[in-house]
Design a protein around this ligand. Sequence first.
Ligand SMILES: NC(=O)c1ccc[n+]([C@@H]2O[C@H](COP(=O)([O-])OP(=O)(O)OC[C@H]3O[C@@H](n4cnc5c(N)ncnc54)[C@H](OP(=O)(O)O)[C@@H]3O)[C@@H](O)[C@H]2O)c1
Length: 270
Amino acid sequence: MSLESHSTSLESHTALVTGGSRGIGRATAFALAQAGAAVAVLARSGDEVDRTVGELRSAGHRAAGYPADVADAASLGKAFDALIGELGRIDILVNNAGVSWPVGPTASIDVDRFADAVAINLLGPMRCIRSVLPGMLDAGWGRIVNVTTGAATPPGLPRAAAYSASKAGLNQLTVNLAVELAGTGVTVTAVDPGPVDTAMQDYMRDQPAEVIGARVHDMFRRYHAEGQLHTPEQPAQLIAALAAGDVTGEIVAVASDRAAALTHPSGPTG
Ligand SMILES: NC(=O)c1ccc[n+]([C@@H]2O[C@H](COP(=O)([O-])OP(=O)(O)OC[C@H]3O[C@@H](n4cnc5c(N)ncnc54)[C@H](OP(=O)(O)O)[C@@H]3O)[C@@H](O)[C@H]2O)c1
């Protein structure tokens, strides 16, 4: 999608981007705002949320920030009370907040940290869906876009079992819910960003070979050294296109013909 071509398509809609303070989430907040939506930015670090909301407002967009932890029911509940009170119904939910830790040999992984990752990557999106879905169904319109990873499909990412398994759960939640909601006006999709130049990518690249394994260590180093990293704006444009369109039940990789068709609907593959 050229953002210009959809510059007014999300006017009158309100979007929530979890993990919207930096990286892919921040770029998504901008893409949705440029398409006309009012945007709620949610992440744990209040300073980063404030900075991104300030940048959105300085660019002339409607934006509000809600510091919260998607894994903490009380923290999230408070944020939803505030944002529903201030912004009304959420029309577009982008479940982007995620973590790639804990990494390391599964035989020595801390199971409590594994559970924390599942709470962020899988239960967090479910908590957000549960908060916004009744309003979307009442309105007969809603868009849920989950941010997944190629690590969620076989063979996964060795020594990052919590990440692979929790995002695989998110993939299945996406397709299950899309089937369940067919005909309601609420669509559910997922975006697989590929390797993107963000703090999460820095974290994975910094893992020593003894922790992450030599093959995966080399792979993350190569993405960077060979200029293979996507910009955060690439997945953001695909997310914005899915929010503006009516596709449902698909898990779309940024590096795919399908993504090109969705983001450039009038182009040669559109
Ligand atoms: N970068 C890649 O190569 C890549 C590849 C495939 C998929 N992805 C996916 O893309 C999504 C965004 O990742 P990114 O690369 O942009 O990472 P990032 O730069 O680390 O950003 C992650 C965002 O999520 C927020 N977050 C993390 N835990 C949270 C929690 N418990 N509650 C609320 N917010 C939370 C972070 O803010 P706080 O820390 O302040 O909460 C931040 O805003 C993730 O779901 C990731 O799995 C990334």
